[in-house]
Design a protein around this ligand. Structure first.
Ligand code: TPP
Length: 442
């Protein structure tokens, strides 16, 4: 072995040093002879591939690998549609108090969605995106994390913030772009962010958060923080180049990150049959060397268990995990979309009425006598009132000063931007009557 390595070095084949050669038989092929290598005869049976790019055996029959899309990766579930635990050994045994908290986050989100959706229909806010049907994916996953774990989202994960305790007024402040919005009214509604709750501000360009999340996870690993990053995205977003970049970097750089794909069947009007031809997103993970699982996204406990285990192993082993949560986007894509143009009302009704994450968890709670019709009614009323109060208050508030359009472009304002800011001030002094200045702070 030593002789072969030395000869390889002399012949400029230093890379061979890194190879783990299985034994004398394999070394036999490499022989020093006057400073250059000569190939010795192998029998076919003895030949083992030595390519650095893959660890595999030779085969002697031409055979293409068939993608396995007919019977795909199975969908892990804990509860059936009636809220019954299917396999008791998988029951996460979450306390009554915590299950109630899950339920309240999911339903409060649902109530906020209904009210803000209506508010957009009436032109009170410019845009909105509901989370209908995906509440279980948000709450089940975030509940399995530590509060210090960093979240990168897409835009349909408001339940994550809700469960971490983001106040209703702050959701409203962002959607209304009023003076209480930490984002200073600069982004479209639903582009939330909260430093205190470790939730990175949402941005519109799809998938850009994926490689960013991996970078943050790499930094956590370097700093030995025992924190993970979770990165949410849709199955449509997974077609972006940035998704590929993120998955591959996470695997090769061994980053403690959980990729959480919400596969809700649609990317606006594009059904999954036009998005990919493989077995969804979970099947891509092993191709990157990423541990992967597919779960029932309407089963909050299945989501919880998968995320909990992924979190535990991601920090312990410094490696990425991929969770594909199968669910259904019950609402329109956004308030700019009418989904009846591309899918049937019956299809939507099935998910809304027969397989909904909220009703499934309610069945579970009712079976245990943790919840009844009366509690449901009173909670619905109370949560509605809280949302309405927050909305009314947000509506009464002034919007941020127009000057704030110019700050934070850079950390310090460069002279040319300061000049534009002064020009706007001068302009408003002269022509302010033509602008809705009453609605803005001075
Ligand atoms: C780079 C980029 N391309 C296109 C868009 C427009 N766009 C916004 S949302 C969306 C669909 C995303 O679908 P998916 O990732 O499945 O998430 P879902 O909306 O279903 O939750 C598209 C194409 C965008 N915002 N950014």
């Amino acid at each position: 072995m030593a002789a072969a390595t030395a000869a390889a070095g002399r012949a400029g084949l230093g890379f061979l040093r890194g190879l783990r050669l299985p034994g004398p038989a394999a070394v036999r092929g490499l022989r020093a002879g006057g400073g250059c290598l000569r190939q010795q005869e192998f029998t076919s049976l003895e030949e083992k591939p030595q390519f650095p790019g893959a660890s595999a055996v030779f085969i002697d029959r031409l055979e293409f690998i068939q993608p396995n899309v007919i019977s795909g990766i199975p969908i892990y579930r804990v509860m059936d549609r009636q809220g019954q635990i299917v396999n008791p050994s998988e029951d996460p045994q979450i306390s009554q108090e915590e299950v109630l908290k899950f339920y309240k986050s999911m339903t409060l989100l649902n109530t906020m969605d209904r009210i803000l959706y209506e508010s957009q229909r009436q032109g009170r806010i410019s845009f909105y995106m509901t989370n209908y049907g995906e509440e279980g994916t948000h709450v089940g996953s975030v509940a399995a994390l530590d509060d210090t774990d960093l979240v990168f989202g897409q835009y349909r994960e408001a339940g994550v913030l809700m469960h971490r305790g983001y106040p209703l007024d702050m959701f409203m402040a962002q959607c209304y772009g009023n003076a209480s919005d930490p984002g200073k009214g600069r982004q479209m509604p639903v582009h939330y962010g909260c430093k205190d709750l470790n939730f990175v501000t949402i941005s519109s360009p799809l998938a850009t958060q994926i490689p960013q999340a991996v970078g943050a996870a790499y930094a956590f690993k370097q700093a030995n923080t025992n924190r993970v990053v979770i990165c949410y995205f849709g199955e449509g977003t997974s077609s972006e180049g940035d998704a590929h970049a993120g998955f591959n970097f996470a695997a090769t750089l061994e980053c403690p990150v959980i990729f959480f794909c919400r596969n809700n069947g649609y990317a606006i009007s594009t059904p999954t049959s036009e998005q990919y031809r493989g077995d969804g997103i979970a099947a891509r993970g092993p191709g990157y060397g990423i541990q992967s699982i597919r779960v029932d996204g309407n089963d909050v406990f299945a989501v919880y268990n998968a995320t909990k285990e992924a979190r535990r192993r991601a920090v312990a082993e410094n490696q990425p995990f991929l969770i594909e949560a199968m669910t259904y986007r019950i609402g329109h894509h956004s308030t700019s979309d009418d989904s009846s143009a591309y899918r049937s009302v019956d299809e939507v009704n099935y998910w809304d009425k027969q397989d909904h994450p909220i009703s499934r968890l309610r069945h579970y709670m009712v079976t245990r006598n943790w919840w009844d019709e009366e509690q449901e009614k009173s909670w619905r009323k109370k949560s509605r009132k809280r949302v309405m109060e927050a909305l009314e208050e947000a509506e009464r508030k002034l919007k941020p000063k127009p000057q704030l359009l110019f700050s934070d472009v850079y950390n310090e304002m460069p002279w040319h931007i300061a000049k534009q800011q002064t020009a706007l001030e001068r302009h408003l002094k002269q022509y302010g009557d033509h602008y809705p200045l009453d609605h803005y702070e001075k």
